[in-house]
Every structure is written in structure tokens, then in C-alpha cells.
Design a protein around this ligand. Structure first.
Ligand code: PHE
Length: 347
């Protein structure tokens, strides 16, 4: 009899002890330890089941029932605690990784065209309207095309005008200007007339400075046909300058020298920063140089496969980076290939 009461009493203690300690459990690991201790094979409540034989036959089912109730109560409490811990953990993550939905969004950064490309496309559009075709010529050239066929023989002092990157293969170099494209296009088309522009990268072995880069774009212009006159030449370039710089833009041709044109000239446009009065952009002279040009030299026509007695033509070469610099008052050509987004984003 005494044994029965004692065991019942013990069950009560087991239950309240276990529930008390469960309240202090804060972590998942502690929770598992608690489960082993209070519901595992050697747990106190499990010991009671082995002691059922110590009480009378009538009391046995009652004691067993009570022990089962305690076990069930502990299991339920365990599950509840487990739920609670999960909720607390979730709460903590929510607080830690809080999302501020009132924060203004960041605008996506959209790509844009490089300033040189923008100018190139304007040049293309203008000449396309005038009926010119656009051709590409190779960047890696031979000495023959870059110089000799353009009337610049080896050791000719005019070679000093173009500091050249040579490759390790003799006679192969990076083109110093787009003019070798003139020969390619003439040889492909002779004796048919040509009216083309040839854009592309050029390379020069230069000290990089605010005024010179080792790579830059050029747009070559070439017209060959019968009865092409200096008037056509001047008219075409003047019209281009007006379309590029505005209808009021005044231009002038200044005598110059290139081995592949005769006569040769530089085209200047009236400084659009100061309107010709003289400023720092035009260095006080009121004019800005925009391209080298001239009537195609008879030797070059011949090298291209045209009879200079029947055919004539004109050519020009301009630098889109230089034109962009003039248009936007950029004072350092190194910005163009420096890839600094603070510069590029402004266009
Ligand atoms: N190729 C010359 C240069 O790079 C420019 C030019 C082209 C001049 C065509 C005359 C005719 O300086």
C-alpha cells in the first residue's frame, strides 16, 4: 500500500521536475538533451514502468495509467516547447534580416553608347544621306598598303608623320591611318566609280598625352570617278561640316601636305565655342582643324587601278574623338579609352 502511494507521489515529482527544467530550455541542443533525460530509455518515468510489479494487482493498472499520463504530458510539453523555440528563432531572423520596404529603390544603370561611337554614327548618318557606302578595312596592314601604294616609299621623310607599330613579321604593321583602305576599295572597284567612307581604329607609336593616344578612330572618305573636281571636293566637305556643326558653321580650306593627295589641305571650321573671336579651345585663332584632305594623287589613282588621265577623286580623313572633344570641350583625349564611367556617363 505504502509502495503504491510512494510511486504515485514520485510520478508527481517526476512530472513537475521535468516541466520545470523544460521551461529553462532555450536552445535546440538543450531541448534534445532534455528529451533524452526525461523521455529516454533511462528516464525516471520509464523506471516507474519497471516497478509496476511492486504494487498489488488492483493498483497496478491505476499506477500504469498514471505513469502513461505523465509520459504523455511530458511528450506534449516537449512538442510545445519545440514549437515555441522555432517561433522565437524565426522572430529573431525576421528582426535581424529586416527589410525596409520604405527605402527608395535604386535605379537600374542603363548602358549607353561610347561618345566616340555616338559621333561615328552621326558621321555615318550624314554621309549615308549623301549617298556614301560604309566599308571596313583591316587594322593589320602591310607596309605596302599603309605607305608605299600611298606614294610614301621606304625612307621617304614623310614617313616621320606616322610613328608606327611594327609587328615581328617584316612588312606587317598596325595601320597608322585609314588611308590604306583607299587602295583596297579602289582595287576592288576599278574602273567603276566609288563613293565610300571607311571608319576604323588606327594605331600610332606615340607618347600618350592629353593630345595624342596610341589608338584612335578615323573616318576615311574617298570619291573616285570621271570629272570629279575640286569644286565637288570643297562642296561635299563644306556640306558635311554644316550638317555636323550646324548650318551657320563657316569653314575654310588651308593648304597642307600629304604624299597621297595633290593639292592637299586641312579643313577648319569656325570655332563654335567663341564664334571665331578666339578662345582657349581654338587657341586664340578662331578656327578648329577638323580633317586632312585633298585631291587623290595621280600615283595613288594608278596604284588603285584607275587611269589618272580619265579619273580623278578626292579623299579626306577625320578623327571622331577629336571632333567629339571639340563638340563637348573635352580637353584630354585619354578619357576616351581610359574607361572611366564618370566620364562615359556624361554622354
Ligand atoms: N591619312 C591622313 C592622316 O592620317 C589624313 C588624310 C586622309 C589626308 C585622306 C588626306 C586625305 O593624317
Amino acid at each position: 500500500m505504502a509502495q503504491y502511494e510512494e510511486l504515485l507521489q514520485k510520478l508527481e515529482e517526476i512530472q513537475s521536475n521535468a516541466l520545470n527544467s523544460l521551461e529553462k530550455v532555450e536552445t535546440e541542443t538543450d531541448l534534445q538533451t532534455w528529451r533524452t533525460a526525461h523521455l529516454g530509455r533511462n528516464a525516471a518515468v520509464m523506471q516507474i514502468f519497471t516497478q509496476l510489479g511492486q504494487v498489488s494487482k488492483e493498483q497496478r493498472p491505476l499506477l500504469g495509467q498514471r505513469a502513461n499520463q505523465v509520459k504523455l504530458a511530458l511528450e506534449t510539453a516537449f512538442e510545445e516547447r519545440e514549437e515555441t523555440l522555432k517561433k522565437i528563432a524565426l522572430q529573431e531572423t525576421l528582426v535581424r534580416d529586416r527589410l525596409d520596404v520604405t527605402l527608395p529603390g535604386r535605379r537600374p544603370i542603363r548602358g549607353r553608347l561610347h561618345p566616340a561611337t555616338q559621333t561615328l554614327r552621326r558621321i555615318f548618318a550624314i554621309f549615308a544621306e549623301m549617298g556614301f557606302q560604309i566599308y571596313r578595312s583591316r587594322d593589320v596592314e602591310t607596309d605596302e598598303y599603309n605607305f608605299e601604294l600611298l606614294n610614301i616609299p621606304a625612307y621617304h621623310p614623310a614617313r616621320d608623320m606616322w610613328d608606327t607599330f611594327f609587328t615581328t613579321t617584316p612588312g606587317v604593321l598596325l595601320r597608322t591611318h585609314t588611308s590604306p583602305g583607299q587602295i583596297h576599295i579602289m582595287r576592288e572597284n576599278a574602273p567603276n566609280p566609288v563613293r565610300v567612307i571607311l571608319p576604323g581604329m588606327c594605331y600610332r607609336y606615340e607618347q600618350i598625352s592629353a593630345r595624342s593616344e596610341i589608338q584612335f578612330n578615323q573616318v576615311e572618305l574617298l570619291v573616285v570617278g570621271r570629272n570629279i573636281t575640286f569644286g565637288d571636293f570643297k562642296g561635299t566637305l563644306t556640306d558635311f561640316a554644316r550638317r555636323m556643326f550646324g548650318g551657320h558653321a563657316r569653314t575654310r580650306l588651308r593648304p597642307s601636305y600629304f604624299p597621297f593627295t595633290e593639292p592637299s589641305a586641312e579643313m577648319d571650321v569656325e570655332c563654335f565655342v567663341c564664334g571665331g573671336k578666339g578662345c582657349s579651345v581654338c587657341k586664340g585663332c578662331g578656327w578648329l582643324e577638323i580633317m586632312g584632305c585633298g585631291m587623290v594623287h595621280p600615283v595613288v589613282l594608278q596604284n588603285g587601278g584607275y587611269d589618272p588621265n580619265e579619273f580623278s577623286g578626292f579623299a579626306a580623313g577625320m578623327g571622331p574623338e577629336r571632333i567629339t572633344m571639340l563638340l563637348h570641350c573635352v580637353d584630354d583625349i585619354r578619357y576616351f579609352w581610359g574607361n572611366d564611367v564618370r566620364f562615359l556617363e556624361q554622354f
